[in-house]
Design a protein around this ligand. Sequence first.
Ligand SMILES: Nc1ncnc2c1ncn2[C@@H]1O[C@H](COP(=O)(O)OP(=O)(O)OP(=O)(O)O)[C@@H](O)[C@H]1O
Ligand SMILES: [Mg+2]
Length: 384
Amino acid sequence: MEVTGGAASISAGDRLTFQRRHGIVGKSMEIREVVDTIMQVAPTDITVLVTGESGTGKEVIAKAIHQASRRSHRKFIPVNCGAIPEGILESELFGHEKGAFTGAVETRKGYFELADGGTIFLDEIGDTPISTQVKLLRVLESGEFMRVGSSEPRHVDVRIIAATNKNLEEEVRGKRFRQDLFFRLRSVNLRLPPLRNRRGDIPLLVELFLAQMDDAGRDIMITDDGMDALIRHSWPGNVRELRNVIESVTVLERGNVVDERVIAKYIHAMEEPLEDRALPVPLGKSSEQAERELIFRMLVELKSDIAELHRMLEDLGHQRPLSLPPREEESTDAAHLEDQTLRSMEETLIEHTLERFNGNRRLAAEALDISERTLYRKIKDYGL
Ligand SMILES: Nc1ncnc2c1ncn2[C@@H]1O[C@H](COP(=O)(O)OP(=O)(O)OP(=O)(O)O)[C@@H](O)[C@H]1O
Ligand SMILES: [Mg+2]
């Protein structure tokens, strides 16, 4: 069955309430259809395949399906099948018995067992090695799997949502993806439109991202020609690219008025090839300046995290919550940073981010805007 259109029975009001609750912004026809389908399939246990270019909101949708399901009070476990090295993916997914392989010093549950009763989100499913695909098919069909090093079948009650930005039909033709698994996964295929096909949603998304940046303490005013420039752009990185541009403008621009010229500067900086840039900064800056600004951005984020912690602790009724340095020392003046190396800043930031996400490398990598592979490498590098 392929669910494509929305149900006529969903009222505009219900849809809007659903969108608000799950943070899905957009009023275009394309988004409305996607939302209608989610509202239909969420209460069921049906497997959903979410496809779309990078940054189109596949994870937002997957989370919304979980949140709107009867499983919402149980775990939502995201797994990036493309980032976990092939050799350990199976033991991460299905767990392993003590002694199953060198280094398996104790028995460990895999993601499927951890997600029991909840939802597992198999992200980048198109990058799963073919040897693991057959095991996924078995879980999909019967809920059964075996831990690595065990021959005892285990059973879980897990809803599966998968996502990919690859064309799975092509992967099947190229024999990189099993056809049976593909057919099983696409019971419901939600296709997310690229942002350039729903430009009407851009102003709403900009409004959302600006509101989310309020903590950074800036009142940004986007002029009409600035907004036009945002609408005209083709957004190859989709909603994520738009969010990055808005965040960079908010954090890095000195003035409050953001016009076409300012927007152009940031959009072009984003579109340099990745290896040519350490972060999205305007062109025409030295790499030293760019690094400074990267550190600024990180500090701003750290600062708002600390402020958030303060607020949380204060809410809990603590008067003097933490022995943190006095506010003045949280100044974003980069001068005192000069005796610190970028490496040590990076190490601290990675450590902090890992802590913030409870050691979840996927979420940490996402927050740091680096790939999970890169994060693995850095964790090893720094011996974290
Ligand atoms: N409809 C939407 N409303 C609000 N925010 C959105 C929407 N779609 C995407 N976003 C935001 O855009 C960013 C990227 O979304 P998400 O991570 O879900 O994309 P993705 O398709 O999983 O990307 P990738 O293929 O690179 O993993 C996130 O910050 C998300 O909050
Ligand atoms: Mg994603």
